[in-house]
Design a binder for this molecule. Structure first.
Ligand code: GDP
Ligand code: MG
Length: 161
């Protein structure tokens, strides 16, 4: 089967924005409200020479209430099946929810890349080194909205496969 890449992280870090940029299509279902994706969306991601499957695990909440239980179950199955997990964080805002995600995903650390999003300019680059302290390897700095660092992310994914 095709290698499966799962994009995870708390709401609003830019998962759908990255997903759309990588597959170069407006496919992720986003609400008019930023930060909202209703369900996990799978799409083909052509990363030469690979044809991958990438999933935006939109509804995944680590501390989900019972309404989110079904969505959560589906997302957990993605984590298990994924060949590579992209854990997305926001360089402008780290919350308790991010840290819960980090601890939750630590068992998967050997197939996880930490991706720091919203690194829109030089000034924000300085913040990226703080993320080394999570012990999840070197963070990859990107700006999904502005298309910065996407080539480095793609290289890191290719090195992993
Ligand atoms: P999701 O909830 O993780 O899927 O996040 P979204 O992709 O819906 O993005 C949440 C908000 O962050 C939206 O307003 C996006 O436009 C914004 N956003 C996403 N990527 C970037 C980025 O690289 N830089 C900045 N400044 N904003 C971004
Ligand atoms: Mg989303």
């Amino acid at each position: 089967r095709r290698p499966l890449i799962a994009v995870v992280g708390r709401p609003n870090v830019g998962k759908s924005t990255l997903f759309n940029r990588l597959v170069r299509k407006r496919r992720a279902i986003t609400d008019p409200t930023p930060g909202v994706t209703r369900d996990s969306i799978e799409h083909e991601w052509i990363l030469d020479p690979y044809a991958l499957t990438i999933v935006d695990t939109g509804g995944f909440k680590v501390e989900g209430d019972s309404l989110d239980e079904q969505v959560k179950e589906k997302s957990v199955s993605y984590l298990k099946r994924a060949d590579l997990i992209l854990l997305l964080m926001d360089v402008t805002d780290v919350t308790g929810e991010d840290e819960t995600f980090i601890e939750y995903l630590r068992p998967y650390s050997d197939k996880l890349l930490l991706v720091v999003n919203k690194v829109d300019n030089r000034e924000r680059e300085n913040g990226v080194w703080n993320y080394l302290s999570y012990g999840l390897g070197e963070p990859i700095a990107i700006s999904a909205a502005h298309g910065l660092g996407i080539d480095l992310l793609e290289e890191a994914v290719l090195r992993f496969l």
